[in-house]
Design a protein around this ligand. Structure first.
Ligand code: GDP
Length: 329
């Protein structure tokens, strides 16, 4: 198994008013909770660091803002909170009156920007499952206009906000998260080139590099992403994790294990092929039956790809010590 050094992990902060949907997003994306179960989540009003950091490519924190935040309160060490953050996701509940949320959004991003102008500001217009398509577009237009006007009035014209329409009831939340994470990976274009060249040389139709725990894809080859393929790959990862949890070695952690491989043959003569790349990342490919007869080449190319990805992230190999002492992460 291999370990990523923590400095290459994208660090993400999830913020927003209470009940905007933060814990639900966290549970659905990182803990496999089904969307309906989130109805019974208890509200938590704290800053907390999710434990996903230990088994995910993504370093993730969540911060509840209880109505008005007092940023002058010295209990908040803003330098520490915003200093190391790569992206700040602000969740706005689109099914509720969002005036207060916009005020809070403004206060939060302008404060964060002053501490760390490198932060990417990602606004999730959330719970849009209850809205018609027209209403979604209108809501996004209204929210982005108001938010940007306020920034403009405050003279913060360099502060850029990106908007996403999200819901935990479909794949939009995973897609939005994937885009947020991808922006934080400086090596993204190298990864994309590697995957494109892998796809071409292996007669594979599509290849995704996934963070196993969250099913966020951190890169894919140059061809367009169709949602159905992405969803198929997500389902494959779920199947693999379920099988590992039920039948896997008890001593191993319940996630992707060393050198995991998984093959699923679909009834449309396509094959889903999964291979572990690092402790957190797996490669999932979609290919035709015929192409899979040349599995030797495909596997050899995966080895090359794996080596290249390891060097991109400067992955350090687990030391061969008893009990497998890991290098500092
Ligand atoms: P938090 O206080 O920001 O952590 O909010 P919660 O995660 O506790 O969510 C508040 C409520 O919003 C819960 O009842 C969730 O079921 C609901 N919720 C969260 N996300 C969505 C969504 O995408 N669509 C809908 N319809 N409800 C959602």
């Amino acid at each position: 198994a291999t370990v990523l050094s923590s400095d290459v992990k994208p660090r993400i902060l999830l913020m927003g008013l209470r009940r905007s949907g933060k814990s639900s997003i966290q549970k659905v994306v990182f803990h496999k909770m089904s969307p309906n179960e989130t109805l019974f989540l208890e509200s938590t009003a704290k800053i907390f660091k999710d434990d996903v950091s230990n088994n995910s490519f993504i370093n993730f924190q969540i911060w509840d803002i209880p109505g008005q935040v007092d940023f002058l309160d010295t209990n908040f060490d803003l330098d520490m909170i915003f200093g190391g953050t790569g992206a700040l996701i602000f969740v706005v509940d689109a099914q509720d009156e969002y005036i207060d949320a916009l005020t809070c959004l403004h206060q939060t991003v302008s404060k964060a920007y002053r501490v760390n102008p490198q932060i990417r500001f990602e606004i999730f217009i959330h719970k849009v499952d209850g809205l018609s398509d027209d209403h979604k577009i209108e809501t996004q237009r209204d929210i982005s206009q108001r938010a940007n006007e306020e920034l403009h009035e405050a003279g913060l014209t360099d502060l850029h906000l990106s908007f996403y329409l999200t819901s935990i009831y479909d794949h939009s939340i995973f897609e939005a998260f994937s885009k947020v994470v991808q922006k934080l990976i400086p090596q993204l274009s190298t990864l994309e080139n590697l995957l494109s060249s892998y796809v071409q040389n292996s007669m594979v139709e599509k290849a995704f590099l996934f963070d196993v725990v969250s099913k966020i894809y951190i890169a894919t080859d140059g061809s367009a992403v169709d949602m159905q393929s992405y969803e198929l790959c997500c389902e494959m990862i779920d199947v693999m994790i379920d099988m590992t949890c039920i039948y896997g070695d008890d001593e191993s952690e319940c996630a992707c294990e060393q050198d995991s491989t998984c093959i699923i043959r679909l009834n449309n003569s396509s094959i889903l092929y999964l291979r572990e790349i690092t402790r957190f990342l797996v490669l999932v490919c979609i290919l035709r039956d015929e192409a899979f007869t040349k599995r030797g080449i495909i596997d050899y190319n995966i080895l090359c790809l794996q080596k290249a990805i390891h060097s991109v992230f400067d992955v350090r190999t687990k030391l061969n010590k008893p009990n497998g002492v890991l290098p500092v992460e």
